[in-house]
Design a binder for this molecule. Structure first.
Ligand SMILES: [Zn+2]
Length: 259
């Protein structure tokens, strides 16, 4: 899942393997890529920015289906790999290819704001503790909006995916449909941030601390199954029309609706 934590792990992996290496050949589906040496791979929320010495940045967003893969040196896409929209040959370090990438573009590094400037503070960035009040202000600025949607709107805070929002609201004991204005958003954000950092450090998306199969989550994906805390059947609502109206699970007892 391309949540902020998995994008951050991917960025660290690509950076470790390829930063400092020159692109010796490349194919970019829209053209305009000038080559150069890879300086860094930086995550911003769920976006990935690869910066090159040419002054260009390759911007990508994996959404649900995209992936970056490092193939062996000299690799080229064949007929069976037609999902490749771009590849970058880093010589002995291997060939980096974008598979089924829904968002992929090259732009001047100086203009990265065009693609990430609209984002709120990154929940996994080092500056997050100082920036959290900005995210709280943004969330409470629309007090009637459901908290589960406000948490997923990347303009308020970036990097939180549905998994972390659903599980964070369970741990906070907050009914996911509560109007944002009635929620202690600072506490919820602090909690989700702590949980995501722990996950990032441990390389897992378990929110229960249990790594066994089928036990990694409290309510996410557990419709009608007993709540792990109180045994009440987990409730569910499918995704709606809005861009942040994602499928949601909650425990009606541990996360009661206001009376
Ligand atoms: Zn419960």
């Amino acid at each position: 899942m391309a949540e902020g934590d998995s994008v951050r792990r991917l960025a660290a992996r690509l950076d470790g393997a390829l930063a400092g290496h020159d692109v010796v050949a490349a194919q970019f589906w829209r053209g305009g890529f000038e080559g150069g040496r890879l300086l860094t791979v930086a995550p911003v929320g769920k976006h990935l920015l690869m910066r090159f010495t040419s002054g260009q940045t390759v911007h990508s967003h994996l959404r649900m289906q995209g992936s970056w893969r490092i193939h062996r040196p000299g690799w080229r896409p064949g007929p069976a790999t037609d999902q490749v929209r771009a590849w970058f040959d880093f010589g002995p370090a291997g060939v980096l290819a974008a598979h089924a990438m829904p968002v992929l573009e090259v732009l001047p590094t100086a203009r990265e704001d065009q693609v990430v400037g609209h984002l709120g503070p990154d929940i996994l960035a080092d500056q997050w503790p100082q920036q959290r009040p900005t995210a709280v202000t943004a969330i409470t600025a629309a007090p009637d909006r459901r908290i589960r949607e406000a948490l997923l709107d990347q303009r308020n805070v970036c990097g939180i995916g549905n998994l972390w929002a659903v599980e964070g609201l369970f741990i906070a004991g907050v009914w996911p449909h509560t109007p944002a204005g009635d929620v202690d958003a600072d506490r919820v954000l602090e909690l989700i941030g702590r949980m995501m950092r722990l996950g990032l450090r441990n390389g897992t998306q378990s929110t229960t601390g249990d790594l066994r199969r089928g036990r990694t989550h409290w309510v996410y994906g557990r419709y009608r199954r007993p709540c792990r805390r109180c045994a009440t059947p987990v409730a569910f609502v499918p995704a709606g029309d809005g861009p942040y109206d994602r499928e949601t699970w909650w425990c009606p007892f541990c996360q009661p609706a206001p009376v």
